[in-house]
Design a binder for this molecule. Structure first.
Ligand SMILES: Nc1ncnc2c1ncn2[C@@H]1O[C@H](COP(=O)(O)OP(=O)(O)O)[C@@H](O)[C@H]1O
Ligand SMILES: Cc1ncc(COP(=O)(O)O)c(N)n1
Length: 271
């Protein structure tokens, strides 16, 4: 059985984030990847030079085309840009009964450009979280979604519980933006237990697309039937190696290396 994953997200012309990062990650995890593009961004490692949202009809039609022929085993949402797009995507996912929905609540690109209009945040909470299997906010995104200030691990646990109360089955609070000097903690709350996944903090600015890659790997693992715990553990490892073996391209925040996990004969999860 070929596992199939769908990403509903923005296009990053620079290839490091968005549907480009997602499709590369799906492929690396032996999952057939498909994409419904929500917006086109003119973007590179220096920042976002332009954002061009697609029409609602165009987004809906892409999802129709996929759902009626290549029904996905898991779906990831990334950049959704506006409240209208968020609502249209959520309605289509409900209509088709998509399962294993991973919501990466993309708000701001690494260079600081907004990828989600402020008034869309409430729409994400109202229409996406109740149908999501997992949400994967970074620390700033978790603060915006919960209205909390997150300073320490206890705050992260509280924020995870608040997000869970909004209807999402599992919550991953990613730790890249944390203050810890030497390690990074990705925190998973599965509705019952907290699982902390620690990694060494790597000294690098080349972290463009890390969040997209993380959520895409979770999506690919869920598409193959892995548990949420196993999927998050694999994703955390996958991104760690993708950053560790950086490609050193571009003049700004460089992209991650999506083939690192496969190429460096990892001692960890391999399938
Ligand atoms: N400097 C770093 N060293 C090691 N891992 C990192 C680093 N920055 C981010 N990560 C990892 O990349 C993933 C994305 O984390 P984060 O940066 O918090 O999200 P986002 O990319 O959405 O802002 C997480 O698994 C996190 O542990
Ligand atoms: C089209 C698109 N989607 C998402 C991101 C977030 O990227 P990052 O993972 O670096 O925050 C991006 N920069 N561009």
């Amino acid at each position: 059985m070929i596992a199939k994953a769908l990403t509903i997200a923005g296009s990053d012309s620079g290839g490091g984030a968005g549907i480009q990062a997602d499709l590369k990650t799906f492929q690396e995890r032996h999952v057939f990847g498909m994409s419904a593009i929500t917006a086109v961004t003119a973007q590179n490692t220096l920042g976002v030079q332009g954002v061009y949202p697609l029409s609602i009809e165009g987004i809906q039609q892409q999802i129709d085309s996929i759902a009626t022929d290549l029904y996905p085993d898991a779906v990831k949402t990334g950049m959704l840009f506006s409240s209208e797009i968020t609502k249209a995507v959520a309605d289509k996912m409900k209509h088709y009964g998509f399962k294993n929905i991973v919501v990466d609540p993309v708000m701001i690109a690494k260079g600081g450009s907004p990828l989600l209009q402020e008034e869309a945040v409430e729409q994400v909470k109202a229409s996406l979280l109740p149908i999501a299997s997992v949400i994967t906010p970074n620390l700033p995104e978790a603060e915006v979604l919960t209205g909390m200030k997150i300073n320490d691990l206890n705050d992260r646990k509280e924020a995870a519980k608040v997000l869970h109360s909004l209807g999402v089955a599992s919550v991953v609070i990613k730790g890249g933006h944390g203050e810890e000097q030497y390690k990074i903690v990705d925190l998973l709350f599965n509705g019952r237990d907290f699982i902390e996944i620690d990694h060494q903090r790597l000294e690098t600015k080349h972290t463009h697309g890390t969040g997209c890659t993380f959520a895409a790997c979770v999506t690919a693992e869920l598409a193959k039937g892995r548990s949420i715990e196993k999927a998050v553990e694999t994703a955390s490892e996958f991104v760690h190696y993708a950053i560790k073996h950086t490609l050193e391209i571009g003049g700004g925040h460089g992209p991650t290396n999506h083939w690192a996990f496969r190429s460096y004969d990892q001692k960890v999860i391999r399938s």
